[in-house]
Design a protein around this ligand. Structure first.
Ligand code: HSE
Length: 307
């Protein structure tokens, strides 16, 4: 029976201003998935490590939902066993569902001899991802699959752009120990935005993309400011405004919520700045003994076969 082991990086959805549009794959965290052909017509989850809250029922699991959609499209009845090693905690804002969804379709595509390109696989991964968010969005599956910084120019028809990132871009990140479900965090936002906020947002979206392309980290930092989700969702994150204020004072070029939170990211020009920022964030969250801290860089490779 053939088998494969893959790694899918976690990601920062939205990257502040690009709600459901921008995504950045990160090296700090990711899921490992082992997939093996079986003799049945069934998809079986034989184990989940690293997170107790993930459903083992293949009808409800993000990995197998995406894979099933792909097998139906191919007319394949092949069965597979899945061992899921979660390196990205669900509800963390670090692209957990995107990593899982991406890893599943990528691994099975490898075993089938690559009938689909990475770009084509995104639609199946998004079907899995929808289990977590109920509105289809590609800002985690795209960076997780393709690596680097991605832009969802359109989701119907799907058009994803990949933009180079500055070599000196570091992220200082903290995940306080609260869980935020993307599904719930999406419902909080309502359905409209004022024209004046939208105009600010358009400027930041353009600034962020140009900053990435021109290696302008201060511009990237200014442009992560968000008028859509941050004002509402920051209220769900303990000590958000203190963390942001101290991170900026410690040298971060910008600060915002990663995905729907609670993880947060600081844009840093170089490792030394990221180290300063992490020190102040550790001080802010010193009473949260389960908080996680990361100094990381963009993952440029995306999902890949390992071992
Ligand atoms: N873009 C989604 C949201 C989360 O903000 O609801 C993706 O991480």
């Amino acid at each position: 029976m053939r088998k494969v082991k893959v790694f899918a990086p976690g990601s920062i959805g939205n990257v502040g201003s690009g709600f459901d549009v921008f995504g950045l794959a990160i090296k700090a965290v990711g899921d490992i998935l082992e997939v093996k052909e079986n003799n049945t017509n069934e998809l079986k989850i034989i184990g989940i490590e690293g997170d107790n809250g993930i459903p083992t029922n293949p009808e409800k699991n993000i990995v197998t939902i995406g894979v099933k959609a792909m097998l139906v499209a191919l007319g394949s009845k092949q069965g597979y066993d899945f061992l899921i090693k979660k390196g990205v905690l669900a509800g963390s804002g670090l692209g957990s569902s995107g990593s899982s969804a991406t890893a599943g379709v990528f691994a099975v595509n490898e075993l089938l001899g690559r009938p689909y390109t990475r770009e084509e696989l995104l639609s199946f991964a998004a079907i899995g991802e929808m289990q977590a968010s109920f509105i289809p969005h590609y800002d985690n599956v795209a960076p997780s699959m393709l690596g680097g910084f991605t832009v969802v120019r359109s989701d119907d028809p799907l058009e994803i752009l990949k933009v180079d990132v500055p070599g000196n871009l570091y992220l200082a990140m903290v995940r306080p120990n609260v869980m935020i479900k993307t599904k719930e965090a999406k419902k909080m936002l309502g359905t409209t935005m004022s024209i004046s906020n939208a105009v600010h947002q358009f400027g930041n979206i353009a600034g962020l993309a140009i900053g990435m392309q021109t290696n302008d980290i201060p511009l990237i930092g200014r442009s992560v400011a968000d008028f859509l989700a941050e004002p509402v969702r920051s209220q769900l994150i303990p000590k958000y405004s203190v963390a942001k204020e101290r991170a900026l004072k410690a040298g971060a070029a910008g600060f915002n919520i990663s995905g729907s939170g609670p993880a947060m990211f600081a844009i840093c020009d170089g490792k030394a700045v990221a180290e300063n920022v992490i020190e102040v964030l550790k001080e802010v969250y010193k009473e949260d003994d389960k908080a996680n801290y990361y100094i990381t860089k963009p993952d440029l490779l995306g999902t890949r076969v390992i071992d």
